[in-house]
Design a protein. Sequence first.
Length: 114
Amino acid sequence: MASLLIDDREVTVSLSAAEKIEALHGNVTVPRAAVVRARVVPDGLEEVHGLKMPGTGLAGIIMVGTWQNGEMITFAVCHGHRSAVVLDLADQVYDRIVVTVENPDEAVARLKSR
């Protein structure tokens, strides 16, 4: 399962080896200052829309990789209908990151404490 690594300067989505294969991508790191909003949602899969470009998607089971919906680009690491962290970003390759993690409330609290 992916994890969010948060420090004073950066936020990194750290992928397992299997997730790197599923996403056809490595870890994703963004400046912490680029995170304009962080929130917990009850179902990460419901937050990801559009075309998979590239990645792995099985309806209702997994969405891992890059998803494009119009002009919005989302990097997703979602396994099952589980709570997830959604990060809205400014001035980055991705407009949003959606990731299921073990403790989403804790991750969002850490992001909001600066």
